[in-house]
Design a protein around this ligand. Structure first.
Ligand SMILES: *Cc1c(COP(=O)(O)O)cnc(C)c1O
Length: 237
């Protein structure tokens, strides 16, 4: 397998990456925040290994996949230690063991049972797993994630689990309702995080929110991690 793309494709990915970095930096400044407060996770679920490598060469070190099997495959094909892999999609419990050693951060803890499995298997592997709790903040039926009221009830059980480092929350704005303002969903995710920091006494610094179409709004509402896919691969897929 070759990991090369043509020079013109590489140039386009380079330009897309620079333009996303600029727009993220501008959104930070507009919100009175420093650009170093926001990590850009390049979501590579749409593309093959050569284009994923092209994004890495462009300078993106945080890569996100939404399917565990694809993450395994790419992490193995690209054993470049400078990559920080983020799992941003649903993790079935039977895929946890193989995923844990490969990921830098798990964005999608969406049930207490999954959290228990990840905690136990992290212990067996001698590691602590950094993770985020996925919240279904918009209430869309087809989305994974805890309901806000549910998370407030079980947060004590979640934070009591060993070998899990819960860093914050992840969520998506609604795409069910037309003309819906994503800022409403991002603000309610942040408000939930703020309530949880009070009840738990944990800082919960991370808010993973914002995608290609709504990252500016997410940054204005306090996002620390935007997950960008389509914008990075415009013109090359
Ligand atoms: C696909 C995906 C993204 C990236 O979406 P784009 O709109 O292509 O930027 C972000 N987060 C999750 C959970 C995804 O599945």
């Amino acid at each position: 397998m070759t990991d090369q793309v043509s020079d013109s494709v590489q140039a386009r990915v380079d330009a897309n990456w620079r333009s996303v970095c600029d727009q993220v930096a501008n959104a930070c400044r507009a919100a009175g925040r420093s650009p170093d407060e926001v990590t850009i996770v390049g979501v590579t679920k749409y593309v093959d290994v050569p284009l994923t490598q092209a994004l890495l060469r462009a300078g993106c070190r945080d890569l996100g996949e939404n399917r565990p099997q694809v993450l395994w495959q790419k992490a193995e094909a690209m054993a470049d230690r400078s990559i920080r892999w983020h799992l941003i999609g649903h993790l079935q419990r039977n895929k946890s063991r193989r995923t844990l050693p490969l990921v830098y951060r798990l964005h999608s803890i969406d049930t207490l049972r999954l959290a228990q499995t990840v905690a136990q298997q992290s212990g067996e592997a001698g590691q602590t797993t950094s993770c985020l709790l996925e919240v279904n903040v918009s209430g869309d039926e087809q989305k994974h994630g805890f309901r806000p009221a549910e998370i407030e009830k079980i947060i004590a059980d979640l934070i009591a689990l060993p070998n899990l480092k819960i860093l914050g929350l992840m969520g998506m704005a609604s795409f069910d309702q037309p003309n819906h303002d994503p800022a409403i969903d991002f603000a309610s995710l942040r408000a939930l995080r703020d309530r949880l920091t009070v009840t738990t006494g944990l800082p919960l610094p991370e808010l993973s929110m914002g995608m290609s179409g709504d990252f500016q709004a997410a940054i204005a509402e306090g996002s620390t991690c935007v997950r960008i896919g389509s914008r990075l691969f415009e013109g090359v897929r």
